[in-house]
Design a protein around this ligand. Structure first.
Ligand code: MSP
Length: 523
């Protein structure tokens, strides 16, 4: 058994509130880590917030509060959202945490002492609107900043630079010799191309342009640029220290996966890897870049007014538990591809998969068990592991493990649904109601056993996506609530009286059911 699995998410900027794009990443990560906990002893998830930088400084100034006050206010919104979505992180780091700030200072100092960081006078095209140097390639045809439509000024600034070029060949070699490093693999060429044109990067800003950040050790005039600060969270959170790394760090590092959006893959697969090489630390095993979530097929943006908060989705569908939303988001896009959210699609998908396919299957089979056998599974009903459904269950489990090894979260969800589809077909083909009518009670009992044992498997496989529904299924099957994969052995369900009529309840109500609508109207 693999001993540990360390997963990190990107840390979110706290200059606003969380939206369903941020939620998408945290849900994908949570599904992965919950799946790993079913298999691995020590599966650890880190998430967090990225709190320094000029945007926070400006937003706080506009609101008339300090940057720290703004960070505290927005950090709570993120943390609250993750709790509501039942994101089971083990740790949440804030880059304003004292320990993080201290170790980032140490990291910068070590890179400086080793000659990986040097001071350099730089002349570039500076846009005061962006408060950043622009790449001449990104200007409009008339040489204007594309966002502010202003001509950038030629400015000379003295900054610290990181010798990225020194690591260029080593990084390329690493990427080529580790085919599982960048996932999905379709991104590999894009990164290798970017590496071709890489230059040394500026890793500090003058205090006069950015005050809200970690100061460069021993230089009053400079602030560490936000990416060195942000990326280091993956090691500072778990106790990295240049002099004396903690046991926790030694156990967990290197990360098994950094889950991030496709927009920040360059920072992770080039900048971060070079920093780790310079610190002489082991490299992460993989970087998984997910796609982008759009709303009704358009990009989410404040100016379009189409930003959706995860909390609002739960409220508008009157959902007390996050399972349906988690399930929908986790299956919204195939690995690495973009996905889309729409209320209509959400309703259709969860009604079809969770209510009709999975929920009804459990409901019908338990009701038949009550009707024909007074809710009891008799010893002679227990089938053997070569039964068609038993074989399918075992194959589905193996395929799901393979999917998760490639971070194919939506693909794994599809496998659960198609397993439930097959079990539904099996019920139709074997018609236990006809068997009962014809007095073939042993055959009828065997069919019901297979279906209920399949439901037990479905609960365990569904758990990472829908922890509450999965738990309800096991409770209704009178099973202990334990989602470890060790329990995925056919004939886990033991002969016993497992239920009574009054105990059978739908595990998920259709979103447009009368009851759900009544609840929405506050009846
Ligand atoms: N702070 C940086 C990350 C530093 S990691 C060391 C950042 N923050 S962010 O708030 O802009 O984005 C956080 C994560 O959310 C990123 O992985 C980003 O790709 C993801 N998403 C932000 N909007 C998104 C969508 N609309 N859809 C999917 N993911 C999105 O980048």
């Amino acid at each position: 058994m693999q001993e540990k699995f360390y997963l990190t998410t990107a840390i979110d900027y706290v200059n606003g509130a969380p939206h369903i794009g941020h939620a998408y990443e945290k849900i994908l990560s949570d599904v992965i880590i919950r799946h790993k906990r079913q298999i691995v002893d020590n599966a650890y998830m880190l998430t967090g917030t990225d709190e320094h930088g000029v945007k926070i400084q400006k937003t706080a100034a506009a609101k008339g509060i300090t940057p720290k006050e703004l960070c505290d206010e927005n950090f709570s919104k993120f943390d609250q959202a993750w709790k509501e979505l039942e994101i089971s992180y083990d740790q949440i780091i804030r880059t304003t945490d004292e320990q993080h700030r201290k170790v980032v200072g140490q990291i910068f100092k070590k890179l400086l002492e080793n000659g990986d960081i040097y001071k350099h006078s730089y002349t570039g095209l500076y846009c005061s609107g962006c408060e950043a140097f622009l790449n001449p390639k990104d200007l409009t045809e008339d040489g204007l900043c594309p966002d502010h439509l202003k001509k950038p000024e030629e400015v000379t600034e003295e900054n610290y630079f990181f010798k990225l070029t020194k690591y260029k060949d080593k990084i390329a070699e690493y990427i080529k010799s580790h085919p599982d490093f960048i996932q999905p693999a379709i991104r590999v060429n894009e990164i290798l191309n970017q590496l071709e044109n890489i230059e040394d990067i500026s890793v500090s800003r003058t205090k006069s342009s950015v005050q809200w950040g970690i100061g460069v050790p021993g230089d009053e005039t400079q602030t560490i640029y936000v990416w060195i600060d942000a990326l280091s969270n993956y090691i500072t959170a778990i106790g990295y220290d240049v002099e004396n790394p903690s046991d926790k760090f030694k156990t967990l590092w290197p990360a098994d996966v950094h889950v991030i959006g496709k927009d920040i893959i360059k920072f992770h697969s080039i900048y971060w890897i070079a920093i780790l090489m310079a610190l002489d630390l082991p490299l992460p095993k993989s970087i998984f870049a997910h796609g982008w979530i759009t709303i009704d097929q358009s990009k989410m943006s404040k100016s379009l007014g189409n930003v959706i908060a995860p909390h609002d989705v739960l409220v508008s569908f009157n959902l007390e538990k996050p399972d349906a939303f988690r399930y929908y988001m986790a299956s919204a896009a195939l690995t690495g591809k973009d996905g889309n959210y729409s209320d209509e699609d959400f309703k259709e998908k969860v009604n079809a998969d969770l209510a009709n396919n999975i929920g009804n299957l459990l409901n019908r089979s338990l009701n038949m068990l009550v009707k024909y056998f007074d809710g009891e599974i008799k010893p002679e009903f227990v089938s053997d592991k070569n039964d068609k459904i038993a074989v399918l269950a075992s194959n589905t489990k193996c395929q799901i493990i393979e999917c998760f090894n490639k971070f194919e979260v939506a693909e794994a969800a599809n496998l659960i649904v198609s397993f439930a589809d097959s079990v539904n077909k099996y019920v139709t083909e074997n018609a236990p109601w006809t068997l009962a009518k014809d007095g073939k009670m042993l055959e009828c009992g065997k069919v019901l056993y297979n279906v209920l044992e399949a439901m037990r498997h479905i609960a365990i496989l569904l758990y990472p996506y829908c922890p509450n529904i999965a738990q309800d299924i096991l409770i209704q099957l009178n099973e202990k609530v334990d989602f470890k994969y060790d329990n995925l052995i056919w004939v886990g369900l033991k002969p016993a009286k497992i239920t009574e009529k009054e105990m059978i309840k739908p595990v998920f109500l259709r979103l447009d059911s009368e009851f759900a609508t009544d609840k929405k109207k506050g009846k």
